[in-house]
Ligand binder design. Sequence first.
Ligand SMILES: [Zn+2]
Length: 148
Amino acid sequence: MTVMPKCAYCNSENHTVETCEECKIGYDTFKRFTKRYLYVFLTLMIVPVFVLCVSMIFVDVLICMGLMLAIMGATLAVFPFCTPETFDALGVLGTIKLARILGTVIVVCGLLIVCASVFGIILLIVALVVITIVSIFSINLVKKKHIN
Ligand SMILES: [Zn+2]
């Protein structure tokens, strides 16, 4: 049995062309977006790691690690550029959704680490509650965006 080609955008089965008719505009827009921001994405992924690795000499290691995670997570959520394999498996829409959820989780983890090392465990619990509310709110935003 041969594998049916799928729409590169919405990932639905579609047998002749790269994307379905209604996905073409979205797919082209995303391709342009990728081209335009690829280097911004790479810079945001690489520069903070260098900067924060150096700052570990002066600042608490956990704070640096937490900030690093938060910046990387936020970058991934804003610029959902995953591997070609991910795009093949999930399509553009699925990959964006995955990157947003993953990015949000990474940001939350990073902020938790920062909070734990700055405020200690009691205030961390307060921060945890706030972050939970914020992340539920942002996940709902992502969901809403993808329904439309
Ligand atoms: Zn499609």
